[in-house]
Design a protein around this ligand. Structure first.
Ligand code: NAP
Length: 229
């Protein structure tokens, strides 16, 4: 595959490292080499880690290129008509606000922990997250997603230390036992890995139809393949 990488900053830079390591043909588009329709059309797939504001500027260009897009940009909303438009034009896009593959496994585990209410009468959940000192929001978006998946009024505590990429820990306590679920992000490469996984799927998995797909749904389908029910 030939990849058009839009943005080579903190996250796109990690995608670039993997593209180089894996000898995958690519072009980097950034503020000095801005994408054009002609240049984009030379590629099989686009991977975008531009800021939401900059992605918005190239939104129509990406659409016009008709090339599949893996979109990791955050901080903007897709138009509500986008999915229909992509289907009509037979174009595939996959997006996510968190491209970590591991986070999809975590989601499955949280859905299991959620079942606690079926077997315990006396239990509670608590959630603790730790991030670097430059992170402004607290609790983190990921902690809020965990809470959503747990469908519980779990109490979240936050800590800001050094340059921690991201640690989330969920604790289930009963009077006689404790269960911990912990995810530590060690490197931004987790997002790059996920984006390349998505690029492979969008090009090679014929069961992915044209339209707008959430990355989590794509991964869930892979996880469910061959599951013994
Ligand atoms: N979905 C996920 O899993 C995930 C994970 C992490 C981050 N993100 C999101 O990814 C986005 C990027 O984050 P980041 O921290 O990597 O950003 P960043 O470090 O600021 O990098 C932004 C990139 O955009 C390029 N750029 C800026 N203006 C441009 C223009 N007019 N034309 C073309 N390129 C331009 C920059 O080019 P130069 O290199 O030339 O300056 C740079 O390479 C954010 O929305 C962030 O929230 C998503």
């Amino acid at each position: 595959m030939k990849v058009a990488l839009l943005g080579k900053g903190k996250t796109g830079g990690k995608v670039l490292e993997l593209l180089v390591e894996r000898c995958i043909e690519h072009t980097v588009f950034d503020s000095t080499n801005q994408p054009t329709l002609e240049k984009l059309k030379e590629h099989d797939v686009m991977i975008c880690f531009l800021s939401g504001v900059v992605f918005n500027q190239y939104f129509q260009l990406c659409l016009d290129s008709k090339i599949p897009l893996i979109c990791g940009s955050t901080g903007f909303d897709f138009p509500s008509s986008l999915s229909q438009e992509l289907k009509a034009k037979k174009i595939k896009w996959i997006y996510a606000t968190n491209f970590s593959l591991g986070m999809n496994l975590v989601q499955q585990m949280i859905l299991i922990m959620k079942e606690a209410s079926k077997i315990f009468s006396d239990f509670n959940f608590s959630l603790h997250e730790i991030h670097h000192i430059n992170k402004l929001d607290a609790p983190s978006g990921t902690a809020l997603s965990w809470k959503l998946w747990l469908d519980s009024d779990v109490h979240i505590t936050s800590e800001r230390i050094g340059d921690v990429t991201g640690i989330h820990e969920l604790k289930l306590s009963t009077p006689y036992e404790e269960i911990y679920l912990k995810h530590s992000a060690l490197d931004r490469k987790i997002f790059a890995e996920g984006a390349l996984f998505a690029a492979d799927k969008i090009l090679n998995d014929k069961t992915i139809a044209p339209g707008l797909h959430l990355f989590q749904d794509v991964v869930q389908r892979v996880l469910n393949q061959g599951t013994i029910k």
